[in-house]
Design a protein around this ligand. Structure first.
Ligand SMILES: NC(=O)c1ccc[n+]([C@@H]2O[C@H](COP(=O)([O-])OP(=O)(O)OC[C@H]3O[C@@H](n4cnc5c(N)ncnc54)[C@H](OP(=O)(O)O)[C@@H]3O)[C@@H](O)[C@H]2O)c1
Length: 282
């Protein structure tokens, strides 16, 4: 049996849809069912359930708020994955957890591989990096999958914000000095599962192919929805946000593509399919 934690977020929602589609049984939990910050609660929850995979989709993802809520960020992004890795080890289940392109400082200027040394520049990024290290040092049957700029139907994200803004603004300025890959949570779930089935444990990068700035992502989305307003550029510094942002964090997913023998779709394809799904639901 597969146990999903944080199952009502973007990735968790798409894992549920995917497992329904391939008729694979799973147990979906959010924090009301299972508090993953409490290791005894995890042990007692899984006791009678014959769990063979634990896939952790839960995270503290508010990059700016994390600067003032450090304890919460570390509890959820470092301590909870460590708890889950420890319990997975005790029951010999495969463990999967997720991390972020933000672990890199962004100065390399070309796509980051799993060999590149992280240098997180915010509380959120440090908490995620420490979570990776905690998992990989606790249990050798773990996957840690870094991804970037996730969007899906399960939670709020930049694409949904753009759609919202397009309804009541006739001009928008979006930053052009942050580059990475927007990643559709449906692709993230499906390609993760391809990887998980290989049993080739360790650290992987998994993002949609290609790269863009936030401005280019916005341009693509707004053109797809035929917005008639004016789109301009801005710089990260204009917004005076609490957390520092890395300028360039494109992840190189070629290690994962070689292991699964498949190419990951382009980010534009992810956005096209997201918009189709969005139109069906709205
Ligand atoms: N979103 C991105 O752009 C992005 C970028 C890079 C990496 N990632 C990583 O990718 C993974 C999936 O991200 P996502 O975008 O799917 O995240 P998400 O939509 O924010 O979902 C996270 C889920 O975790 C839940 N949660 C919060 N505290 C919990 C607790 N104590 N116990 C159990 N669940 C709890 C949240 O519930 P509530 O909503 O009720 O708080 C939410 O449903 C995460 O590891 C994330 O850090 C995401």
């Amino acid at each position: 049996m597969i146990l999903l934690t944080g199952a009502n977020g973007q990735l968790g929602t798409d894992f549920q849809k995917f497992f329904d589609h391939i008729e694979t049984p799973y147990i979906a939990t959010d924090y009301l069912d299972l508090d993953i910050t409490n290791i005894d609660a995890i042990r007692s929850y899984i006791l009678d359930k014959k769990i063979s995979y634990i896939i952790n989709c839960a995270a503290y993802n508010d990059v700016d708020k994390a600067e003032s809520e450090q304890d919460k960020a570390y509890l959820l992004n470092r301590d909870a994955p460590k708890n889950l890795a420890q319990v997975s080890k005790e029951i010999d289940a495969i463990f999967v957890s997720y991390s972020t392109d933000f672990v890199f400082d962004g100065i390399k200027g070309s796509p980051y591989t799993e060999e590149d040394i992280p240098n997180p520049i915010s509380v959120y990024a440090t908490s995620k990096y420490q979570g990776e290290q905690a998992v990989l040092s606790t249990y050798d049957k773990s996957f840690v999958i870094r991804t970037s700029w996730v969007f899906g139907m399960g939670n709020n994200n930049f694409n949904k914000q753009l759609i919202g803004w397009s309804k009541n603004k006739d001009s928008l300025n979006i930053v052009d000095d942050q580059r990475s890959s927007p990643t559709y949570s449906r692709d993230l779930a499906e390609y993760s599962w391809e990887l998980i089935k290989t049993n080739k444990f360790g650290l992987y990068h998994l993002s949609n192919s290609g790269e863009c700035s936030k401005y280019e992502q916005a341009k693509y989305v707004l053109e797809c929805i035929s917005w008639k307003g004016t789109l301009g550029t801005a710089k990260t510094v204009d917004f005076n946000l609490p957390a520092k942002r890395s300028a360039y964090t494109k992840l190189d997913s070629s290690k994962l593509e070689a292991v699964i023998g498949k190419k990951i779709p382009k980010w534009q394809s992810g956005i096209d399919r997201f918009l189709e799904e969005y139109r069906e639901k709205n």
